[in-house]
Design a protein around this ligand. Structure first.
Ligand code: PEP
Ligand code: MG
Length: 581
């Protein structure tokens, strides 16, 4: 039994057979080679080695120019493997002797060498095993191998173990086939974690060594609430988690009964409890869980789950589906937020040294006005089918907000000329995700119709802690006094300007923080669909006046640790029966 601790990313218990997802694994053809074709197969192999060697040499040359010879030298072992005086002749001999494909033979030969090196105690040799694996992938790629494993072709329901999963890949994950995720990289608010949560799949990220501990097909479990993954669990540990899993399911069925109940505090304050949505396929869970609105529709996933730019009509149809299904409940559509950890190569998002400080969010849209205008046309066309608000991500001040609003007006004028029906008023909002937008919130609130606090980024930029980095995860503290002050500043500015202030980052969906957020004055929450009932239960049991007092107490504390202790104490004393901590 191996127990690993990581970061709790999506609550619940997942138990099942392990499927190790190695997206780089390449499948090779294994048809027997007729004797007459042996020389051609050997030639194909020589050409693949030569092409790989040229590629690595080119990359080495580039690195030497850009970052210096010292870094470029890291590629020398790969060149040495490709020029190895033994591996090539051995592969050629094996093709002839066994009459198997070049890919099959080369993989076999390098596989044995890599396995020996991986077992070595010496770090130098273990690193060479990684080089061998890289070379193998490259050569097999040249031999026409295909990427074999993606989440969409999983056949048996499994607990998926991976080093990392791109958000675009996560968009393919089906809840029926995936019992849980154990992932080595990432933080709680990486988009991979957010998508797992949106699908209600128990997930632990930042495990660092799950890929080493996992054996394909063996039993493992993840506890996505505590942030633990256990491989080959002892029978009693397995039983204990099965029990916990049953308790979760019971709690979930109690929550389901709340679907049609309103979210009102004990002292009569109405709370608007909406859900976040990434792809239209999540609509049923938004509706089943009784969300009153979609408080954040992350449209970028529609762009990322395809290989070419979506047409205006394709976007219009997607937005229309969501808006119509929710009508008359409001849908807040956020314009494209690529960059950071969200890429789509066809969008031409640049490779940047600091992607989270680079061309992301509204900056990208203002740079690629063609893409932005098409999206705004599609959104405006969808407004006739229900209630729509539009908000812009990563606004840092009035200049970018005004420019975006101006483009929106121009697009509206074009559509009016074409006599396209649209809602006469579409509220425009700002996402508060940067310290700049907090400090300038009085200016922004004067001109926008609403604001929504994106705590995932706001915490990252306020505390200067990468939201997706497992190494810095302990520093990513939503309860930091600086974050609480930022929230209070925004709520106050919204109140003064008379505009609604919502919160849609992952902090909003954390049961432990619900009462504190209410106490800070927030009454518009948007959370992962599966968390709606839990947050509703807690808010229905709380009173805003008590929450406000509690928030004042928390704001008077000095350190994140003190705030966390106060919040944990308050929540376990008064609300522990409503959620599993
Ligand atoms: C946020 O930053 O809190 C947010 C909601 O946006 P995203 O997670 O998509 O960056
Ligand atoms: Mg954000």
């Amino acid at each position: 039994m191996t127990t690993l601790s990581g970061i709790a990313a999506s609550p619940g218990i997942g138990i099942g057979p392990v499927h190790v997802l190695d997206p780089e694994e390449i499948e090779v053809q294994d048809e027997p080679i007729p004797p007459g074709e042996v020389p051609a197969e050997q030639e194909r192999f020589r050409a693949a080695i030569e092409a790989s060697r040229r590629e690595v040499a080119e990359v080495r040359h580039k690195i030497a120019l850009e970052t210096g010879e010292e870094h470029a030298r890291l590629l020398d072992p790969q060149l040495a493997i490709l020029e190895d005086p033994e591996a090539t002749p051995q592969t050629l001999a094996m093709i002839e002797r066994d009459r198997r494909s070049a890919g099959w033979c080369y993989r076999k030969i390098l596989g044995v060498v890599a396995a020996h090196l991986e077992e070595s105690d010496d770090e130098y040799y273990r690193d060479r095993a990684l080089d061998i694996r890289d070379v193998k992938r490259r050569v097999l790629g040249h031999l026409g191998g295909i990427r074999s494993h993606t989440l969409s072709d999983l056949r048996v329901p499994s607990l998926v173990v991976a080093s990392d999963i791109a958000p675009s890949e996560m968009a393919l994950a089906s809840r029926e086939k995936i019992l849980g995720f154990a992932i080595d990289l990432g933080g709680r608010t990486s988009h991979t974690a957010i998508m797992a949560r949106a699908r209600g799949i128990p997930t632990v990220v930042g495990l660092k060594q799950a890929m080493d501990a996992a054996r394909e097909g063996a039993t493992a479990l993840v506890d996505g609430t505590r942030g633990v993954a256990i491989f080959d669990p002892e029978p009693e540990v397995l039983e204990e988690h099965r029990l916990k899993q049953r308790r979760y399911r019971e709690l979930a069925s109690n929550h389901a009964a709340l679907k049609d109940r309103e979210c009102v505090t004990q002292d009569g304050v109405d709370v608007h409890l909406g859900a976040n949505l990434e792809v239209p396929e999540e609509l049923p869970s938004v509706i089943e869980n009784g969300a009153e609105a979609i408080g954040l529709y992350r449209t970028e996933f529609f762009y990322m789950s395809r290989s070419t730019l979506p047409t205006e009509d394709a976007q219009y149809q997607a937005y229309r589906t969501v808006v119509e299904a929710m009508a008359p409940r409001p849908v807040t559509i956020r314009t494209l937020d690529v960059g950071g950890d969200k890429f789509a190569s066809y969008l031409g998002t640049p490779i940047e040294r600091n992607p989270f400080l680079g061309m992301r969010g509204l900056r990208f849209s203002l740079q690629r006005e063609d893409i932005f205008r098409t999206q705004l046309r599609a959104i405006l066309r969808a407004t006739v089918h229900g209630t729509v608000r539009v908000m812009f991500p990563m606004v840092i001040g009035l200049e970018d907000f005004r420019r975006a609003r101006q483009i929106m007006l121009e697009v509206r004028a074009d559509l009016e000329r074409e006599e396209t029906p649209m809602a006469s008023h579409v509220p425009l909002g700002v996402m508060v995700e940067t310290p700049a937008s907090v400090f300038a919130i009085d200016l922004l609130a004067r001109e926008s119709d609403f604001v929504s606090i994106g705590t995932n980024d706001l915490i990252q930029y306020t505390l200067a802690v990468d939201r997706g980095n497992e190494e810095t995860a302990p520093l990513y503290e939503p309860l930091h006094p600086a974050v609480l002050r930022a929230l209070r500043t925004v709520v106050e500015a919204g109140r003064r300007a008379g505009i609604p202030v919502g919160i849609c980052g992952e902090m909003a969906g954390e049961p432990l923080y619900a009462v504190l957020l209410l106490g800070l004055g927030l009454t518009e929450f948007s959370v992962s669909p599966f968390l709606v009932p839990e947050i509703k239960t807690i808010l229905n049991a709380s009173a805003r006046c008590d929450a406000a007092e509690f928030a004042e107490r928390c704001l008077a504390l000095d350190t994140p640790a003190e705030v966390r202790a106060a919040v944990t104490e308050e929540m376990s004393a008064r609300y522990s029966s409503y959620f599993i901590a």
